[in-house]
Design a protein around this ligand. Sequence first.
Ligand code: ATP
Ligand code: MG
Length: 739
Amino acid sequence: MELSSTTSLTPPQSHEPAYLENLNDPQREAIEALDGPVLVLAGAGTGKTRVLTTRLAHLLQTGRAYPSQILAVTFTNKAAQEMKERVSALLGGMPVEGWWLGTFHSLAARMLRRHADLVGLSSNFTILDPDDQIRLLKQVMEVSGVDPKKWVPKAMIAMIDRWKDRGLTPEQVGAEDAGELADGKLHLLYAQYQQRLRAINACDFGDLLLHMITILRNPAHADVLGEYHRRFRYIMVDEYQDTNVAQYLWLRLLAQGSQNICCVGDDDQSIYGWRGAEVGNILRFETDFPGAKIIRLEQNYRSTNTILKAAHAVISNNEGRLGKELWSAAGEGEKITVRGLWDGEAEARWVGEEIEQLQRKGRSLNQVAVLVRAGFQTREFEERFIQLGVPYKVIGGPRFYERMEIRDALAYFRVVVQPADDLALERIVNTPKRGIGDATVQTLYAYGRSHGINLHDSILDLTQTDELRPKVKTTLMKLMDDFMRWRSLLDTMKHPELAALVLEESGYMQMWKEDKTPEAPGRLENLKELISGMDQYESLPAFLEHVALVLENQDASGGEYVSVMTLHGAKGLEFEAVFLPGWEEGLFPSQRSMDENGLKGLEEERRLAYVGLTRAKEKAYVSYAANRRMYGSWVNAIPSRFVDELPKEHVELSSDIGLAGSGRSSHWDSSGLAPKVQKRQIHERKVLSESGVIFSRGDRVFHDKFGYGIITNIEGHKLDINFDHSGHKRVMDSFVEKN
Ligand code: ATP
Ligand code: MG
């Protein structure tokens, strides 16, 4: 009797598909709640993405839907690919065809091709890149008499893009939205720009969603909406916290049919506010979809409890959170290593050593990541890894020396050093734009070929004759004169200074300063970093040789590699060991983000810290440097406030620099490098200012870099100061003098 009753209690394991095993109860609930709206709102590593993947497999396996009846939205194309592979694997390798799985853009483009005629396009419309967008708007501005010199077209396009992110068509924006922009006419330009796009059968990225929303909203095309309602029986969305308004409207329209929409997200990981994402979308889900089932997951399967507690402590400093605490069955694990280092070079050296140690312990490099806040930070790590022979890949972007602006800058330096470098000269002859078109370059090459000479000499020859248009001729002559002058400075000027001079005088720096795209500030930082890194080499030619070797020496294909990427790019990913360098005020949290968006900006930075920490399964390493080199000069850095927010009991702190710069470090001594003059200066200044000055709130003080200001708060050696001209900053007391 007893035996049989036990038997009857055992669930019929054999009928249960393998993919449902090992799920916890709320996860299973989220997977099996197929009908009606579902929101999985849960912290990092709780299996949200896994729930979506399993749900997809479940829908297919149980025959509830064909792949073509499921709309699944991922944040990146890479994530879409991974999801496809994971679903196929869950289904035992069954190939899945015809599904609607991809990013918002790719899915919307596919839809729009089917209905292009409804918005006055034909289905083979072109998708314009940002350069084309600007060119088109510029034409529109000229026709309308708006001066493109006064109103930079790139900035105007950025505003139009933002309207599109918010789902606003030209009819929906008015003079009050335009404000001063484009002499108060930006809303009119927007309408004309849209007309021009239509005339050339083209779309920009924002249009893909905007046109689809327009079609789906139009009662005259109710049949189209109806068709999609019938088609998409299930809708699923990953990283829902980062959707913008247009994406949200599009989803809501599509989900009105079946109401079977399942979104997963984490309000603490919303990191795209700067691109129009609205975390409010996730908080409003219940109102938008009445009767929605809200599922919370609390067990984290990724990280140790130490990592979770540390991440939780940091994010708890944000206000207005939904609030959630995670636990893990993975035990306490190792403490977080927090390390203070002298400068960026020492930081890269230390990270390199730690990675080698992980390797010795048998760790796979594929399980190691370095996550930086700003793109320029990768250079020092890349250099170090190459030196050590540690294979690495920069994920989500080119390696430092392969970045467009770096290649352009290098091309200038190459022509300075080596006038016969045709490829380099061709690359920059019209960058920044100087009115030298392809036709001119072709004429020059043709001349060079027939006379057996290089591009440089061809230019010199043809600027002596009347072959070229007078304006082109003058421009080229000026450029050649510039190069000759820069070349003459090679022996007398310090090469980082010469490099900076070339980039300034050629107008290249200016080009990026005027550029209003979101990437421009990062490019400027990269250029500064390029120059900062140069003084380690003897001369400009020696530096160029180093770069050529670095570029050649980069084959990480096939084998294992360390992943280097930005915190933004690391969303959704996981690694056993994660390095988080550059935790310094101004770098992380980023000064720009705080200046532009105040507290909101700071909180978004903090969410990035949360994302970074929660990528680690077993071990997180946080580091900061006391000195950063920017543009060849030293900037005194202080540890990020996020370092202070890490709970002491979960941290193992070691520092090569006393917090207040207390003298030379042993690490520095043992590095074998000759102490640099700048380092000594900083060191001495610190010691001097440590001579017992006592600060109090309200004191008026002077700082070398920021000038005069008033102390508003004091925390140990850190002072919050309201500077007369530089605004609010946090600095070390050792760099401040009492007035
Ligand atoms: P993020 O917020 O970072 O995107 P997430 O919530 O999407 O995280 P996943 O990436 O889906 O989390 O899962 C984190 C890790 O935990 C993955 O390695 C996943 O395979 C694993 N995992 C999730 N659920 C379970 C489970 N029930 N049993 C075992 N492992 C699980
Ligand atoms: Mg995920």
